[in-house]
Design a binder for this molecule. Structure first.
Ligand code: SF4
Length: 397
């Protein structure tokens, strides 16, 4: 199933609807484990006549159960885990003179861009897998064992806003020790809607259902991964509190919100002015990278998302007919965050437990093995790493 995928779904959507549909009808003794990404829950409703931004989390989970899934986990759980790992990685790089600026790594379209066009910046990428990659790894290498199952008997089906996630699922780095692809199938939000329609499930009238635990618990910080600026805001909520031992003055960090192509902000990190940037859409990313190469600006931490607005604008989301659908989806995401009692990743109780019982602590040997990854120069030309460039600039200030 791993062949060419266009990152933004413009050329073709290599659909696995038929394979997943067949598997749901004949499981052959396998357990079908679904995971759903943050941005899916504010967009799938559009396929069923509802408004963009309508929050359909419970109905989406109910529909997936109705289709025959055995377990439905939330990719938001691993978004929280990403923050624990990525926030710790950032603090570690700042403390120990690591490569800066550190770049987020959860958007596979962006990862492809770095590997193909900016390989000299590979050391700047966080080594964290995307939340999809982390969840699939946990299902195959942690959950299956706890359920007394072989990894190959837990089949992971991801529901993503994005066709580039199909490409990510095929990466050699994201295979089990036995060589199994950790994410077995990826369906876009639109493809899930198609599957629901094919099975005559009446989405709008479904009674809401909840995710399975322990990999279904999440926070407001996780859901904002769906919006441009969300990963940054979630990371700041946690990194600030861990570094300064007090909460950020406000959880709604507005300088990184909204549709501006390149957003910059400075956070007082107790003596250090932490400089951050958020960039979305390929053209803005190329602009940013050009300016970064020219030394026009430099930040400690930068979030990159290939799609306009972040994952809410992903190539696999419904093709909405209203002009303001992105604004509405964005509002829906922030509404979910506002409604959560727990809005910081490090306060996710299930995340705390998995560290206590399994990983030990962020950046542990085990978490490096199962939650982190590496990247390859995929150009002909291998350029020199920019490691150290940040510190030269920083020390000049
Ligand atoms: Fe996929 Fe777009 Fe989100 Fe990147 S920004 S992960 S390409 S939906």
């Amino acid at each position: 199933a791993c062949s060419f995928y266009c990152p933004v779904g413009a050329i073709t959507e290599n659909s696995q609807v038929r394979e997943v549909s067949n598997l749901l009808k004949n499981k052959e003794g396998k357990s079908l484990v679904f995971q759903t990404a943050p941005a899916t829950r504010v967009a799938i409703s559009e396929e069923f006549g509802m408004e963009p931004g309508d929050i359909s989390t419970g109905k989406m989970v109910a529909a997936i159960r109705k289709l025959g899934a055995d377990v439905v986990f939330d990719t938001n759980f691993t978004a929280d885990l990403t923050i624990m790992e990525e926030g710790s990685e950032l603090l570690d790089r700042i403390k120990n003179g690591g490569t800066l600026p550190m770049f987020t790594s959860c958007c596979p379209g962006w990862i492809n861009m770095v590997e193909k066009f900016y390989p000299e910046f590979i050391p700047n990428l966080s080594s964290c897998r995307s939340p999809q990659g982390m969840m699939s790894s946990l299902v195959k290498n942690y959950w299956a064992e706890r359920m007394g199952m072989k990894p190959e008997d837990a089949v992971v089906v991801s529901i993503m806003p994005c066709t580039a996630k199909k490409d990510e699922a095929c990466r050699d780095q994201l295979k089990t020790e036995q060589g199994l692809q950790e994410t077995d199938y990826v369906l876009t939000t639109r493809e899930l809607a198609k599957l629901i329609k094919l099975n005559n499930v009446k989405f709008a009238s479904l009674k809401e259902s909840e995710y399975n635990n322990p990999l279904g618990e999440s926070t407001g910080a996780a859901v904002i991964f769906g919006n441009t600026g969300g990963v940054m805001e979630a990371a700041l909520r946690t990194a600030y509190e861990i570094a300064l031992e007090k909460p950020m003055p406000t959880l709604n960090y507005t300088p990184v919100r909204g549709f501006q192509g390149i957003k910059e902000a400075t956070v007082d990190f107790g003596g250090i002015d932490l400089k951050v940037a958020v960039v979305h859409q390929a053209s803005n990313i190329h602009d940013y990278m050009q300016k970064l190469k020219n030394g026009d600006f430099m930040h400690h931490f930068v979030e990159f998302m290939i799609c306009k607005g972040g994952c809410i604008g992903g190539g696999g989301e419904p093709k909405s007919k209203t002009g303001d659908y992105l604004e509405k989806r964005m509002k829906g995401i922030y509404k979910i965050d506002d409604n959560f009692t727990v809005r910081k990743s490090h306060e996710n109780q299930a995340v705390k437990k998995i560290y206590e019982q399994f990983f030990g602590h962020p950046l542990s040997h085990k978490s490096h093995h199962l939650l982190h990854t590496h990247y390859n120069d995929r150009t002909e030309k291998k350029e020199q790493s920019v490691k150290g460039g940040f510190w030269k600039w920083f020390n000049k200030k």
